[in-house]
Write a protein that binds this ligand. Sequence first.
Ligand SMILES: CC(C)(COP(=O)(O)OP(=O)(O)OC[C@H]1O[C@@H](n2cnc3c(N)ncnc32)[C@H](O)[C@@H]1OP(=O)(O)O)[C@@H](O)C(=O)NCCC(=O)NCCS
Length: 148
Amino acid sequence: MIRKMCVEDLDVVLKLEQQLFSSCWTYDMFYQEITSNEFAQLFVYEVEGEIIGYYGLWVLYEQAQITTIGIKPSFQGKGFSKVLMDDLIQKAIDVECEFISLEVRISNFKAIQLYKNYGFEIVNIRKNYYQDNYEDAYLMVKAIGGLS
Ligand SMILES: CC(C)(COP(=O)(O)OP(=O)(O)OC[C@H]1O[C@@H](n2cnc3c(N)ncnc32)[C@H](O)[C@@H]1OP(=O)(O)O)[C@@H](O)C(=O)NCCC(=O)NCCS
């Protein structure tokens, strides 16, 4: 089941965040996204009552941006990220976005392959994008329907 993330989820989500990312979002960053960023949407993916993944979107008019996506390490490699990708793409289509974008570390082969499988294309490199190690980011974009 995919449902909106709420503040009560943050203990679990922050533990996952620390396992998944070298540069982690803080409690305050998640809290802000949930409570006061009108463009932000965050969702958790529960399997048998356990949160095994989450993703975030910003919907800015005709553009959706994936802000985060992760699957609990012990659940990786089983196709669960596709459930998240299908869901987020459908949400962007439902609000008539024209494209979805994201940034990804150029060393994150798994994620890059996942996005390519979904039709995202590398359109630019953002030099020194990540503050922890100054790694470059690929900007990847997928065109979707827009207004029908
Ligand atoms: C990126 C992430 C969400 C993918 O989830 P996952 O459970 O590992 O991946 P899945 O089993 O759902 O596989 C989905 C696709 O990812 C790619 N993939 C998965 N494992 C891979 C591997 N070892 N090597 C290359 N590609 C791989 C494949 O394209 C795969 O599709 P396929 O099985 O049809 O070939 C997960 O690895 C993760 O949470 N990583 C840490 C957080 C992160 O980096 N998020 C992305 C930030 S931009």
